[in-house]
Design a protein around this ligand. Structure first.
Ligand code: PLP
Length: 381
């Protein structure tokens, strides 16, 4: 065996021993929240497609139409010849939904964060990050070379202490947080955090990957607050693919010039952009659709006596990776797909089931799932 293959074999064996090895499983998704895996039909409570728009006929038609008119691929970076006309239409819709001057679209949410943060922050600067922020915020923050200060989850007192201690030595400062926390489902205190950041001349960036389409009539967790940097993804409730930044016109212009994950990568395929435009039109037109996913999460939490849901994401902490995997298996045998989330996605000792509710779930499915969780999982604690 080569040393490379030996290295990979050893690493995988260690993951396996800790119940941390992950495997891809072919999964066919269908309308609503249905999917098929290993010949079994399952109701998914694990998709981030909160409004089921990825399988909405109007969204699919828009993708097909865009591909017919503009081709299957963008052909180049947007700054060369890849800026097909659908892009500006998409950015105009995002700016309108978020009520910002402008918006800029990236290849994905991950690419957005690894582009935006290093384009704004350098070695002389300081970034203050919530300890539970998404992996791509960390990736962008580390790439930037700025000093990193980690505040306890949603802890404004700790953030204030860190800002007081470290802001003065930095040239520029950024506070970065998820707006809706992807593995916990709780919201950042955006209004208070913005006031605190402003008081220290720090730029607040909220990552609303799980907020757009589902919080505040679909406008997201920063709605009503003048957050200067509002990023997010088109890959979750919007049902398509891509990332975005909503900000002032001049900031978006700088990003179009300096974000390396914007400049040095090919534009999104027209079909993807066409789908996002159709999905955003549905979101803007239908506040009841946007509210449905959170309503199901609330129903589930009430049935189990859990803390009230703040978003469509509900975690059930189980501790060890083994316990979380066993719980997933129990629910899967009953026809429900609820993914076990293990380290390093979540901190050690906090492996969990992560329930993601979507508009297309039926109240009776939610109730039956709650009943199963109460008897088969919480009861066996
Ligand atoms: C999923 C996610 C991203 C990445 O978005 P993609 O478009 O899937 O790359 C970024 N931030 C958070 C908080 C996320 O949950």
């Amino acid at each position: 065996m080569t040393t490379l293959d030996q290295f990979a074999t050893d690493k995988l064996a260690r993951l396996e021993a800790g119940a941390l090895r992950r495997r891809l499983r072919p999964t066919a998704r269908a309308a609503g929240a249905m999917l098929e895996r290993d010949g079994q039909r399952l109701i998914s409570f694990s998709c981030n497609d909160y409004l089921n728009l990825s399988t909405h006929p109007a969204v699919i038609d828009a993708a097909i139409d865009a591909a017919r008119r503009h081709g299957a691929g963008a052909g180049a970076s947007r700054l060369v010849t890849g800026d097909h006309p659908l892009y500006r239409a998409l950015e105009a819709r995002l700016a309108a939904l978020k009520q910002t001057e402008d918006a800029v679209v990236f290849g994905s949410g991950f690419l957005a964060n690894t582009g935006i943060i290093p384009a704004l922050m350098t070695r002389d600067d300081a970034i203050f990050v919530d300890e539970l922020a998404h992996a791509c915020i960390w990736a962008g923050a580390r790439l930037s070379g700025a000093a990193l200060h980690i505040f306890r989850h949603n802890d404004l007192v700790h953030l204030a202490e860190l800002l007081a201690a470290h802001r003065p030595a930095a040239r520029h400062a950024m506070v970065a947080t998820d707006g809706v926390f992807s593995m916990d489902g709780d919201l950042a205190p955006v209004g208070q955090m913005l006031a605190l950041a402003n008081a220290h001349d720090a730029w607040l960036m909220t990552d609303d990957a799980h907020g757009i389409g589902v919080i505040n009539q679909g406008r997201g967790s920063a709605h009503g607050h003048s957050v200067p940097l509002q990023m997010g993804t088109l890959s979750k409730a919007v049902g398509s693919y891509g990332g975005y930044l909503c900000a002032s016109h001049v900031v978006c212009e700088l990003i179009r010039n300096r974000a390396r994950s914007f400049v040095y990568t090919t534009g999104l395929p027209p079909a993807v952009v066409g789908a996002s435009i159709a999905a955003l039109d549905l979101i803007a037109a239908d506040p009841a659709l946007c509210a449905a996913a959170l309503a199901h999460a609330s129903r589930f939490c009430a049935a189990l006596g859990l803390a009230p849901a703040e978003s469509p994401i509900v975690p059930l902490l189980l501790g060890t990776a083994e316990r979380a995997l066993a719980a997933q298996t129990v629910l899967e045998a009953a026809g429900y797909l609820v993914a076990a989330i293990r380290p390093p996605t979540v901190p050690e000792g906090t492996a969990r089931l992560r329930f993601a509710f979507t508009a297309g779930h039926l109240p009776e499915d939610v109730d039956r799932l709650a009943q199963l969780v109460r008897t088969k999982i919480m009861g066996s604690a």
